[in-house]
Design a protein around this ligand. Structure first.
Ligand SMILES: Cc1cc2nc3c(=O)[nH]c(=O)nc-3n(C[C@H](O)[C@H](O)[C@H](O)COP(=O)(O)O)c2cc1C
Length: 177
């Protein structure tokens, strides 16, 4: 399936009804291979993409994301990409003006966009998940010292039709000056 980029952006949507179709590991490999090209401040790449594909680990990550009765629709998600985030380094002159972790969240946001759009381009649906139990997640993922995690991306398939986008009015979010 090949998408025009604008159509791709319009067709990506949060998936909350994954179906039973198995997800090929090769597709997850392709998604992260492309996402590795995501730009970041000073090319610092302050991330690690932990790809969770085995049934046993998928179940454990799911448990960490469905804490407090949230995200229960992840029941049929077939794989997860857990985004480890850790400031690496910035150029010396940049560090004189900004703290070492100043750009990390922006970089991670960009990574999320690359992952979800690459997935969609391959016909794979995704859900960005920010509601998670860190302690439970730490028992599944061997995060390095100082590495944090705010986002996990769930992957799988869905038969759901495209929903209308619910967005703030153009006049509220765009201004030409
Ligand atoms: C940083 C971030 C965290 C999110 N966390 C969750 C989450 O924990 N559970 C959930 O169902 N959706 C989550 N979402 C999905 C948003 O609710 C969704 O992207 C938004 O409502 C727009 O809908 P759309 O993706 O279908 O266009 C998250 C999205 C982002 C960007």
């Amino acid at each position: 399936m090949v998408f025009d980029f604008i159509e791709l952006v319009k067709s990506r949507q949060a998936c909350r009804d994954f179906n039973d179709l198995p997800l090929e590991k090769e597709l997850v490999e392709k998604i992260v291979e492309v996402a590795r090209l995501t730009p970041s401040a000073c090319n610092s790449q302050p991330w690690k993409m932990y790809c969770v594909t085995s049934d046993e680990k998928v179940e454990k990550v799911r448990d960490a994301l469905t804490c407090d009765g949230r995200n229960l629709y992840l029941k049929k998600a077939k794989a997860f990409i857990v985004l480890g985030e850790k400031a690496t380094t910035l150029k010396e002159d940049v560090l004189k003006k900004f703290s070492i972790d100043y750009f990390v969240k922006y970089d991670i946001g960009e990574l999320i966009a690359y992952i979800t759009l690459t997935a969609k381009s391959l016909g794979v649906e995704s859900l960005i998940v920010g509601w998670l139990d860190h302690e439970k997640l730490k028992k599944v993922i061997d995060f390095s010292e100082g590495e944090d995690c705010s986002i996990v991306i769930a992957l799988g398939y869905s038969n759901s039709p495209l929903r209308d986008k619910n967005r703030r009015k153009e006049s509220e979010v765009i201004e030409f000056i």
